[in-house]
Design a protein around this ligand. Sequence first.
Ligand code: ATP
Ligand code: MG
Length: 337
Amino acid sequence: MPSTASTSLSSDAVVSVRNLSKTYAGGFQALKNINLDIRRGEIFALLGPNGAGKTTLISIICGMANASEGTVVADGFDTVRDYRAARSLIGLVPQELHTDSFETVWATVNFSRGLFGKAPDPAYIEKVLKDLSLWDKKDNKIMALSGGMKRRVLIAKALSHEPKVLFLDEPSAGVDVELRHDMWRMVRKLREAGTTIILTTHYIEEAEDMADRIGVIRKGELILVQDKHTLMRQLGQKQLVLTLQQPLASLPSALATWSLALSADRQTLTYTFDAQKDDTGIAQLLAALSAEDIHFKDLQSSESSLEDIFVSLVHEKTADEMDKKKQEPKNERRVAA
Ligand SMILES: Nc1ncnc2c1ncn2[C@@H]1O[C@H](COP(=O)(O)OP(=O)(O)OP(=O)(O)O)[C@@H](O)[C@H]1O
Ligand SMILES: [Mg+2]
């Protein structure tokens, strides 16, 4: 079953999601039988288009919404039965900003820590605020901060009780380059200190850059969970780009069977091939080009990015299609993309 992603289930999970489904009051099924283990200490990126179910999944794991079916266990604690114990392990930076308060940054963040039953630790809170470049705003009222600064406060609140697992739901939405960089620096530091990080993002290069594993959710189904490098290797197709010596009016019919694309300016030919195959066809292609008297002055190869993979996964494959595709010969999986 594609939605179970069973190959990823492991015993050293800090969060275990089992058979989780969610149907909202109006009858809309937002999550369908999700099974997922988050490994201790990893950075896990959850990708999926708008409305796929990412926030719903995170809200249930964090105990902010109820599942219709299934269970979530965080470090041994069931998030429903042992809510307080489970919740105290988790920090959540929500997608939506609800931070218009008359309180100061300092009071708000310290109060958050107290909510989780932790003893005050001004030195720790000071460090968090400094890491987030919020220290000089500590006496400002939240309502007097800019949107990006409010997001920093949300992050500070989520970190205030020293969670073992940190969820960041679209942390980069609407923030400037500097905050993104600060944030990713901080995420890396947290990971080095042993914190597990789960993030959702629409910036695929972020997932590509940061994540150890990637999950893709589509219409409430977890259609894929994979180590990032394995994913890119398995699904990645390579492209060979040939810069021609002379513009080519059109592709000769003798080359019609090759997976070739001629650029609009007719100066480059792009050959797409499966990097997994023993025989990439490059040697034969170059011979065929030569036979057609087509010569090139430069040749470059590139691997498909995670973005290419993501787009093809999300837009082309329903779960049923994926099942069907699995039965097809491997080298045909992506050629048509
Ligand atoms: N309170 C609710 N009541 C009914 N339907 C809801 C509710 N919250 C979310 N949904 C629906 O559930 C689906 C999943 O929403 P969710 O917010 O989890 O998506 P998402 O993957 O986080 O999307 P985005 O990338 O836009 O943040 C959507 O179709 C949404 O309309
Ligand atoms: Mg969301």
